[in-house]
Ligand binder design. Structure first.
Ligand code: SAH
Ligand code: SF4
Length: 356
């Protein structure tokens, strides 16, 4: 394998996890190697879970020895890993090359294993009840940094589950980092790689309307979750400032169109805040919105964030809200909160720790 101009010293080799198979094949071609080597490398990394080229026995020795000129395979280090006492939820704090830290969460229920990944370090959108919003945006993640979160969590769980689900519900607004998110999805879906089904992936957005419309055009049955949280513009503007840019009259038709184009029911996420959006009228309006889309409702009782004044409703109030919805909405679930004790629940990712 000869060094090529593509490997000029000023260009460090790229992160493997950000390379689609065709990009990898292109780099191999630059070294005079055939495209099927990319298939082999994908199989070793994503299906046999090798994290070093030395054991990739069907690759020519010269390629294994000079692999570092092609790309680098090291995963970013897990700076801290915390698990809940029941062993079902783990929070991974991942240290990135520039010193930024990003958080990912794995959650196991009886039925399934779900990986929750971050798309940005922090978030610019500043929803008023979210720990990530309090941080502001530090930067976007690259596709490789998104894929690496999945690989790190899969390695931790030993890839023993034949399937897992993936949700973009960690730090950041995935649709504000559209291209890297989509590239990560393509890499994760590659049949020679992890082969994750599009139906197993859910993208959660606070309502970036043009990008919802763009996602609908991708021709993939990805799950879409819309963070609604309020049924009137007046209240939604207070909770989700992005509503000033794209109010409900624009968001709801875009969500409806997404459902129509993909054949998938959109999820409406509704963080329940005591005395703010948990009244009977709120439930009735939410039911009407959900019926019209059509969609399923996911109620998330507010998870406390230090320094914020919001309150979680009592279990009775959550129950009353859900009971008002059941007869009028197509499908309603209450999100069983996991990970609160390690600050890993929804909206709590923002550098918080049990000692904080
Ligand atoms: N930025 C995306 C995805 C990440 S947040 C989005 O906003 O959709 C995942 C979900 O948790 C969103 O519905 C978000 O509004 C919600 N959330 C944020 N802070 C929360 C909190 N403190 N308690 C409960 N849910 C929260
Ligand atoms: Fe950003 Fe989502 Fe948090 Fe809003 S809820 S600040 S969009 S991460």
């Amino acid at each position: 394998m000869d060094p090529t101009p593509a490997d000029a010293p000023s260009q460090p080799p790229p992160n493997f996890y950000g390379l689609t198979r065709s990009l990898l094949a292109g780099r191999l071609a630059g070294h005079g190697l055939p495209p099927y080597r990319a298939d082999q490398i994908y199989t070793w990394v994503y299906q046999k879970h090798h994290r070093s080229p030395s054991g990739m026995t069907n690759l020519p020795l010269a390629l294994r020895e000079r692999f570092g000129a092609l790309c680098h395979l090291e995963l970013p280090p897990v700076a801290s890993l915390q698990g809940t006492r029941d062993g079902l939820t783990h929070k991974f704090v991942i240290g990135l090359t520039d010193g930024a830290r990003v958080e990912s969460v794995s959650m196991r229920t009886e039925k399934r294993l779900t990986f929750c990944v971050s798309s940005q370090v922090g978030c610019a959108l500043k929803c008023t009840f979210c720990a990530t919003g309090l941080m502001g945006l530090q930067r976007n993640l690259t596709s490789g940094e998104i894929v690496a979160q999945v690989v790190a969590m899969g390695d931790f769980h030993g890839w023993r589950d034949d399937r897992f689900n993936l949700v973009f519900m960690g730090m950041g607004e995935p649709l504000a980092n559209y291209e890297p998110m989509m590239e990560a999805i393509h890499i994760l879906r590659d049949p020679r790689g992890i082969d994750l089904g599009a139906r197993r992936i859910t993208v959660s957005t606070s309502g970036v309307v043009p990008q919802i419309r763009r996602l609908a055009e991708e021709g993939l049955p990805l799950g879409l979750a819309v963070s609604l949280h309020a049924t009137t513009d007046a209240l939604r503007e207070r909770l989700v400032p992005l509503n000033r840019r794209w109010p409900l009259a624009e968001l709801l038709p875009a969500a409806k169109e997404y459902g129509r184009r993909t054949g998938r029911r959109v999820t409406l996420e509704y963080t329940l805040l005591a005395g703010v959006n948990d009244g009977e009228d709120d439930a009735k309006r939410l039911g009407a919105i959900a019926r019209d889309l059509p969609s399923k409702i996911n109620i998330i009782p507010y998870n406390p964030v230090p320094g914020l004044e919001w309150k979680r409703p009592t279990p009775e109030a959550v129950d009353a809200f859900a009971r008002t919805l059941w007869p009028i909405a197509p499908a309603v679930t209450v999100r069983h909160t996991q990970g609160g004790e390690i600050w890993a629940a929804c909206g709590q990712l923002g550098g918080l720790s049990p000692e904080a």
